[in-house]
Design a protein around this ligand. Structure first.
Ligand code: FAD
Ligand code: FES
Ligand code: FES
Length: 1374
């Protein structure tokens, strides 16, 4: 059959987006839905966060209509992976389709705004659609009708709806609240702070205040016009678009045959195309064959022989089918196996990937490309078969044979997979009972999925128990393991053979476990390889352990509960424990408390006003740089970066002779105008070049910029460049701080920046009873992971001018750098920034080269040039937090009182100074949180051949605070003292505070000690400490720890400009130096403007707040904007605005008084209109310069966290965190609460989850959402209680408020040290098993699963069993 014969119907691609019809007659088959939506429609709400299916920023609702049964199927999908051609006949809904500011927001948008669920807003559209998808599908269920205002969604579903969506700002709790507010089973008391109801209002009133949701008035996801068209069938013109839609296996086979004969055309078989998220599709294909219209490939057949699942069946549909009960048609053993497979499949990726990713696609990735598949492992254990076809043959294979074959040719099709039935074992003798057991396992950084596992496993066993003796034997077993650094999932045959027919005893278990450890061995080069083997051991132990009486008690219902909460004896002594049993609570998060006081003095300042623009962010109308429509002739840039740390760049060429498709230019340092300078960014400490010149000095350095007609072409072309390096006769690069010391490679720290020592350390050491000398610690880096990658758009303007839109925390600095780079006077450049999709320091200096490179290209080519970095390039270039090595010596008394601390710190600053010379100052500010008696330090800022490290939220303070806590922990453990009391003993008194800080303030301002006591009370610290002890006594394989830490964090208030203008209708525009990054700066500024202008006291109760608009930052309109950083920009911007408003009030007051006399009553509008008539100047500029004596001040807080550690896997569960933080008189408690929670969760990321690794050349290899795991909703504390402490009047602070953007991040140390406490328990237990070689005290950050497991003992299972087997011979045990 010829290719053309497959065509039928309308030869166009027809689909709808938000009810609007689109018809395309020819399409690039490699174009994704995201690319189309963002470049060819006005809908910009779908954001590109990763392009890998790993972040959820691009989620849309895809609706398909089946005309035969008149049914619409609605699925959330990642538009970055969905190919446009595959949406033929479908309807797409983005968050714009739900509502907008003009026609009215949807209740989802309103509730996101009202629950303060949006900060930078970049993740918000994706979150809204994930929730919308869950709502639409819940409404289709036959659950009872919910009460008015609610949906059929459950709380658990609401939380899980956003499990695949990343948010870097909020910490998720507030987002979960917005989602849960729709759930039928929600208890409104469980929801956190919102602007709908007041505390104490009754539930009916609360419901009535929620923006209404009525399922019957919901958005129609599939427009009627498209339904009619679908009935008449249309298929895209395959010839034009190289996209084929065969509709039978026969057609598919003919097509393959035809293409095969076509000179080796490169074909891509497409099911859901989610594989592209992993493999990135760098290759170009000639033909695309969509398998999804082949009915034979989409069958689901369940009968007495088992279940057959067609290859294109999505994982979501497979889960549904596997879970569906069959009224006794299927044997109960099979039902059990199917259900457990389904439960494991629910941990694969995220809902929106499972909705399109197919079972067949997954298995083919495993077969052809060694993908670490979960499906392959579970189906292998279940004894599955697969069917494959080519153009001529059909073959049925066991899954094991299929996986073991060499990678199959690209034209071989997998048609289906069959999971066989499992029959109950016939109990032939009355002496024993026999059963089938099946369990699945997975150890991954995120419990709900959205993370590949370190190892997965599935075990099936036929076990019999002798009634008389209770002994258990294994008749047979299948033990499958995968994803551990092996080509494909395997069966551990040796272990299976060993166990088969054996009676289960401790000795047998021990032997089998040793065998597993030897069988499951990752290939060379696999990370954490010993850990992965130890997981295999742990899982087998978990599977078989409960079958042996000596190991753990087995429930009376023989084996019924197998696999649930095995091993531990959790049931015992639970009654004493006041915490909810998190293992049994199905929701991810439990009730969280928010305590704060609203200050009435300066209204509306002090009110928890909802964030300015939050609903716009939810509806997708908020414009980020990359959402600005491309001007005519626009070009796009992509960086080429070095992969060598120190080398000569001999040449940069495209691999092909001709320029790659769409490329216009390759811009390098040679293109910098002769009056300009090779400068890419600059701080007060020095510049960084825009591009490497003849030399590259670190891996990841910008070498050139490819400029092309689309972003995709630029990105593709940047991968087609060959850089020729020469390293001959060059010194080796400096890649470690030790090497930097050896070669004296340091950045100079200006003397005024170098902090002063405190007291006399030699004297302090002499007074000490104990000393710890030269203890060492190492800290790694952290990536910002702002959801919006670096972006800029540069437009050439008349007379050699340029306008540059930049996503930047410091447009003023971008402005200066661009002018210097191009050799232009500064008035030729204008930099505009409206909002930034998350910064955390990463959009400060690190945003400047992006804007400058666009400006240089635009200036050189005299065309608009824009750039949106892809996630990989962004991660490679970002720099991030400073890694460092610390050596400390500490002297202390028997009582735990520390008398002296001496530190040597080597900071790895990378190649350029950036802000690094300020690090000693920042670090020492936070280090002084305790009264060390005396403190001395030697901090070296090492210049190395790494990307320059930059400010990341709490730069230096985060590390220093952790170091201080590590010292305290070390002292406590040396003295065998309770660490909490060592902390308390060493907390500052106000007198010692004064000795350590010049900015200590008045005694009354020192709120830490009272908060320290308060948090102990509010978190029931003492009681819970006892309960944790009890828990640890009663549990072998889970241990808990609890920890309280304080924070003292110094901030500096910087000069900031402000400008306020009143327009003739009375509306007000405000400009400030600070940039809105999600931290709520605009909201606070609006509140301040409303407060300050209200001093004019007009009549008529005008709501000034609604009249105020904060507008984008424009460096020519408001100069001296400075940096938005250091937590204080909101308050200083507010103060600048207050000063401007004061001027305006002064100007208007005489007029107001005159009018008052004349008219008796004056409204705001009247006053302003008269002011216009009388030519009053209604625009006022100000520049707030803080008083030298009060520009530095201290912030305080404390937190208590409780963590559980799983000794078999190293998994940590954050059970509860209580935070108390002093915001002074909070300018906006809702905003501050969001900052506290968001910072805290980001801190958890740094300390527990995020590993920003590089290769030996320093090139970042954690360069994707696959390898870098920020916290998700399933990895935050299950309960976060936050109290905003109001420490009252502070005369030097802006309306008595205090900063909160960064300091709460440091409190995440409580989570880290709670985990450490749990680990210590595990080690002590190991010691009790007779193991004398307890490894030394060791801090490692981040404490990811492999590290935690290592600290708990990679061989803890073996040790335990050995101890159990022969406790008498303990001397030989370890
Ligand atoms: C963010 C993310 C997280 C993930 N996490 C996990 C995880 O934790 N565990 C896990 O197991 N998997 C995970 N996956 C993998 C996911 O399950 C697969 O991407 C998906 O199942 C592939 O199905 P697809 O229909 O999209 O395949 P496609 O992407 O369309 O195809 C994948 C490959 O298989 C070929 N192919 C597809 N169908 C057939 C067929 N019938 N016959 C022959 N060749 C075929 C294609 O040509 C292509 O080469 C994750 C994926 C993503 C994007
Ligand atoms: S951009 Fe699609 S999931 Fe991240
Ligand atoms: S609000 Fe979620 S990423 Fe910023």
């Amino acid at each position: 059959m010829e290719e053309e014969q497959i065509e039928r119907g309308t030869k166009s691609l027809v689909f709808a987006v938000n009810g609007q019809r689109f018809e395309l007659s020819s399409v690039d088959p490699s174009m994704t839905l995201l690319e189309f939506l963002r470049t060819q429609t006005p809908f910009t709400s779908v954001k590109l966060g990763c392009g890998e299916g790993g972040c959820g920023a691009c989620i849309v609702l895809l609706s398909k209509y089946d005309p035969v049964i008149d049914h619409v199927e609605d699925l959330t999908v990642s538009s970055c992976l969905t190919l446009l051609c595959s949406v033929n006949g479908c309807a797409i809904t983005t968050t714009e389709g739900l509502g907008n500011s003009k026609d009215g927001f949807h209740s989802i948008h309103q509730r996101f705004a009202g629950f303060h669920s949006s900060q930078c807003g970049f993740c918000t559209p994706g979150m809204c659609i994930s929730l919308f998808g869950a709502l639409v599908n819940a409404e289709k269920t036959d659950r009872p009708k919910p009460s008015p205002g609610f949906s059929k969604l459950t709380v658990v579903e609401a939380e899980k709806a956003i499990a695949g969506n990343l948010c870097r700002c909020t910490g998720y709790r507030s987002i979960a609240d917005a989602c849960k507010s729709f759930a039928a089973d929600v208890d409104l008391e469980d929801l956190g702070l919102n602007c709908f109801w007041k505390k104490g209002e009754n539930p009916d009133v609360k419901v009535s205040r929620l923006p209404s949701y009525d399922h019957n008035n919901e958005i129609c996801t599939f427009p009627e016009f498209l339904k009619c068209e679908v009935k008449s069938s249309f298929l895209l013109d395959s010839q034009k678009s190289s996209w084929y839609n065969p509709v039978s296996v026969k057609q598919l086979q003919s097509l393959l045959k035809a293409i095969k004969g076509n000179n080796g055309a490169r074909i891509k078989l497409v099911a859901g195309n989610t594989g592209m998220g992993y493999y990135k599709d760098l290759q170009q294909y000639d033909k695309y064959i969509n398998l999804c219209h082949v009915p034979e490939l989409s069958i689901i057949g369940k009968d007495r022989t088992g279940i057959e699942i067609g290859a294109t069946v999505t994982i979501s549909k497979a889960i549904k089918a596997l879970k569906t009960e069959t009224n006794g048609e299927i044997l109960s053993e099979s039902e059990m196996v199917f259900k457990k497979i389904a439960v494991q499949m629910e941990k694969i990726a995220s809902q929106f990937v499972r909705n399109t990713g197919s079972v067949g696609g997954n298995l083919m990735m495993a077969q052809r490309k060694c993908f670490p598949s979960d499906i392959a492992t579970i189906l292998l254990a279940a004894g599955s078969f697969v069917n494959i076809i080519t153009d001529t043959m059909h073959e049925k294979l066991s899954l094991e044979d299929f996986l073991e074959r060499p990678p199959l040719d690209s034209e071989i099709i997998l048609t289906s997979v069959k999971i066989p039935k499992w029959e109950p074992i016939k109990n032939e003798s009355s002496e024993k009972d026999c059963k089938i057991l099946f369990e699945t396992y997975r150890a991954a950084p995120r419990p709900l999925g959205n993370a590949l596992p370190y190892l997965n496993a599935a075990f099936l066993a036929e076990v019999c128990r002798w009634k008389s003796s209770g002994e258990i034997a294994l008749n047979k077993c299948v033990l499958a393991f995968g994803a551990y650094g092996t080509k494909h999932s395997i069966r551990a045959r040796k272990v299976e053979e060993f166990l088969t027919g054996k009676k289960l005893t401790l000795d047998v278990l021990y032997e089998s476990i040793k065998l597993v450890g030897a069988s499951v061995v990752p290939e060379d080069g696999t990370t954490s390889s010993v850990y992965r083997s130890s997981l295999a051991v742990g899982f087998l132990f978990d599977f078989l352990g409960p079958l042996i009486d000596n190991v753990a008690k087995i429930s009376n219902h023989w084996l019924d509960n197998h696999g649930s909460a095995t091993i531990s004896t959790v049931d015992e002594d639970k009654q004493n424990y006041e915490q909810p049993d998190h293992a049994k609570v199905p929701t991810l998060l439990s009730l969280s408390k928010h305590v704060f006081e609203v200050t009435k003095e300066y209204q509306p300042v002090g009110e928890p006003v909802k964030k300015s623009g939050a609903a716009l962010q939810a509806s997708g109308e908020a414009i980020f740089v990359d959402d600005i429509p491309s001007p005519m002739n626009c070009l796009y840039g992509a960086f080429i970066y070095s992969t060598k740390p120190f080398a000569k760049v001999k040449s940069i060429k495209f691999k092909s002779k001709s320029l790659p498709y769409g490329v216009s230019a390759l811009i390098s340092f040679k293109d910098i105008p002769k009056d300009g300078e090779n400068i890419g960014s600059k701080s007060i400490f020095g510049p960084e070049p825009l591009f490497a010149d003849e030399m590259t000095r670190y891996a990841g350095e910008r070498i050139a910029l490819v400029v092309a007609d689309t972003q995709k072409h630029a990105d593709v072309a940047s991968n087609l460049v060959a850089v020729d390096y020469d390293m001959e006769n060059l010194e080796p690069p400096i890649l470690t701080v030790e090497e930097a010391v050896k070669r004296s490679s340091f950045f100079e720290v200006p003397p005024f920046f170098y902090p002063k020592q405190v007291g006399d350390v030699s004297k302090g050491m002499a007074e000490a009873d104990h000393k710890i000398l030269s203890a060492k610690m190492k800290l790694g880096s952290q990536y910002y992971f702002y959801m919006e990658n670096q972006s800029a758009l540069a437009l050439p303007d008349e007379d050699n001018c340029l306008v540059v839109y930049s996503s930047s925390q410091c447009p003023e600095f971008s402005h200066c750098t661009i002018a210097r780079c191009l050799g232009l006077p500064q008035h030729n450049v204008r930099v505009i920034t409206r909002r930034v999709g998350g910064g955390f320091g990463g959009k400060a200096l690190k945003s400047i080269p992006v804007a400058t490179a666009c400006a240089l290209a635009a200036h050189t080519l005299q065309r608009p040039v824009r750039m949106y970095l892809n996630r990989k390039t962004d991660m490679i270039m970002a720099g991030g937090r400073h890694p460092m090595e610390i050596t400390y010596s500490v002297g202390f008394k028997y009582s735990g009182k520390i008398t002296a601390l001496q530190l040597d710190i080597l900071i790895n600053a990378g190649i350029s100074p950036d802000i690094s010379p300020a690090m000693p100052h920042n670090m020492v500010g936070a280090l002084k949180k305790y009264d060390w008696g005396a403190l001395s330090f030697d901090i070296k800022v090492c210049k190395t051949n790494h990307s320059s490290k930059s400010a990341m939220r709490g730069p230096g303070e985060t590390q220093a605070s952790l170091i201080a806590e590590a010292v305290i922990e070390h002292v406590a453990s040396t003295l065998s003292m309770d660490v909490d009391s060592v902390r308390s003993i060493n907390l500052h008194t106000h007198d010692s505070l004064k000795m350590f800080y010049v900015s200590s303030g008045e005694a009354l301002e020192y709120s830490l000690t009272s908060m320290w006591d308060k948090i102990a009370m509010s978190s029931s610290l003492n009681h819970r400490t006892e309960v944790v002890k009890e828990f640890n006594r009663n549990n072998v394989w889970q241990k808990r720890g609890i920890s309280r830490v304080p924070v003292v964090h110094e901030v500096i208030v910087r000069p900031t400009p402000g400008k306020v203008g009143i327009l003739s209708d009375g509306s007000v525009i405000v400009e400030v130096g600070g940039i809105e990054l999600g931290q709520g700066l605009w909201t606070k500024v609006k509140q301040m403007a409303a407060f300050a202008l209200s001093a004019i006291k007009c009549d008529g109760g005008v709501e000034l707040l609604d009249k105020i608009r904060v507008i984008q930052s424009d460096t020519l309109s408001l100069i001296q904007g400075g940096f938005t950083s250091g937590s204080t920009t909101s308050e200083s911007s507010c103060e600048a605005v207050r000063l401007s408003c004061k001027t305006l009030v002064e100007r208007l007051t005489p007029l107001k008084e005159r009018l008052q006399v004349q008219m008796g009553s004056v409204t705001w509008e009247m006053l302003i209109s008269q002011a216009y008539l009388e030519a009053l100047n209604l625009s006022a500029n100000s520049f707030f310069v803080p008083d030298l004596n009060s520009m530095q001040y201290l912030n305080y807080g404390a937190a208590v966290s409780e963590v559980e550690v799983n000794l078999l896997t190293g998994e940590t569960t954050f059970l509860r965190s209580d935070i108390i933080y002093d915001c002074g008189k909070s300018l906006n408690p809702a905003v501050d609460l969001g900052q506290i929670e968001g910072a805290f969760v980001q801190g958890i990321g740094f300390l527990m989850l995020e590993d920003y690794t590089t290769n030996s050349d320093g090139l970042v290899v954690a360069d994707s959402t696959w390898s870098y795991k920020i916290p998700t909703i399933d990895t935050i504390p299950k309960q976060i209680n936050v109290e905003i402490h109001n420490s009252g009047h502070h005369k030097n602070r802006v309306l008595s408020s205090k900063a909160c953007g960064e300091p709460p991040l440091l409190l995440a140390a409580s989570v880290y040290f709670a985990a450490q406490a749990a680990i210590k328990e595990a080690r002590e237990q190991m010691f009790s098993w007779g193991c004398r070689d307890q490894p030394a005290f060791n801090f490692q950050v981040p404490a990811m699963m492999p590290i935690v497991k290592e600290l708990c003992g990679l061989d803890c299972v073996e040790r335990y069993l050995k101890w159990k087997i022969g406790s008498e011979t303990s001397s030989e045990l370890c």
